[in-house]
Design a protein around this ligand. Sequence first.
Ligand SMILES: [Zn+2]
Length: 440
Amino acid sequence: MTRYLFDNATIVTLDPEDHIYDRGQLAIEGETILSVGRAPDDFQPDERIDLGGRVVMPGLYNAHTHAAMTFARGYAEDLPLERWFNERIWRLESALTPEIVYWGTALAAVEMIRGGIVGFGDMYFHMDQVARVVEESGMRATLAWTVFGQGEEVGITVPETVDFVHHHNGAAGGRLRALFGPHSPYMCPDAFLARTAAVAYREGIGIHIHVAETPEQVKLAWDQYDMSPVELLGNRGLFETHTIVAHAIHVNEVDITTLANKQVHVVQCPSTYLRYAMGVAPVPEMLARGVNVALGTDGAGSSVALNMWREMRLAVLMQRQAHGDPTLMPGSLPLHMAAANGARALGFPQSGVLAPGNAADLIVIDTTAPHFQPLHDVIAGLVWCTEPADVRDVMVAGRWLMRDRNLLTLDEEAILSGFREALSEMLGRPLGQFRTYDVG
Ligand SMILES: [Zn+2]
């Protein structure tokens, strides 16, 4: 069991009281944080690390992504969502292979670790390949094998998804979690959603699903069911377990009440909403009602970057612009959303806050670069100035994933070449139509 002592650290705990320690100490024993602020007098570290005033803070959680989709970065630009799906993404995905999922996810893991992300919530296909990357990288992740509930699934049958979840949930020393991934109410048949909910409830399995991304999807649900999409999910039982909904952009007052009462976790992916002009979710209202709102990058096919610092800023900016109110989502709120709220949403409640007894999941930010100067306010600096390249070190469960910008669990060169090879193989395949997006 390795013991580390961080000394001379600006400790941004992101605990509920937002304690910040100037020139503080943080002691780590094995996988766990032993103390924050001052180390016990008799603490004997194996290594003492002088941070010289740099910031140590909780690692970030990318709570909704399709990590493998790094292969689609820049592939479908400047299109409305329907054409993005039908003409580009769902054609390219007809050529999907387990190899591109593995290498695309590995590339995503490199990008995420380099940007201070310690855990991610992934929804995709061939998720056994994603699990391999999680095991190898040392990251945390909550995986959902996406299924549509109509016709053939990708790489799995619907009954096999139960085995996938039981096999992976709690694996990799607890760093891996798994749950169901029915795609969305607009793609999955009604009866399939109800069956998924029933099995999830009975087997104690969580759910990760997309909902209410566009006004057209909302209209479709009203036309078909006389219910909003959120109401439909609640009515079919999908909120009777640990449920993560991605987006929930177009929701009404009743929906927000349902999300709050059912303790549904909501993930916002602002760069995708802005790039595809999808609308603005009532995030301040959800937060005020006690909904746990986390942040995600979505896949690189829609957001281009797996950059949580950008998502944090855009989450604030889009609300302020939409409401004409520069006081919205102030201070450390975006950091809490990107750290603890994401950790909670993904089922890692021992992460996302630097506190004794919590997991040693943390990042060190080098705030000495010119674009931080002068650092009048460390929280404002972290929210508004940090770029992925400012992340110097990343630790998960007491293990270094990156030190001094060097990746310690992944071979970046090998991943880049493996990715290129898998991509060119994929691009050489004939394209069909993987699915059709049609919400009327
Ligand atoms: Zn998504």
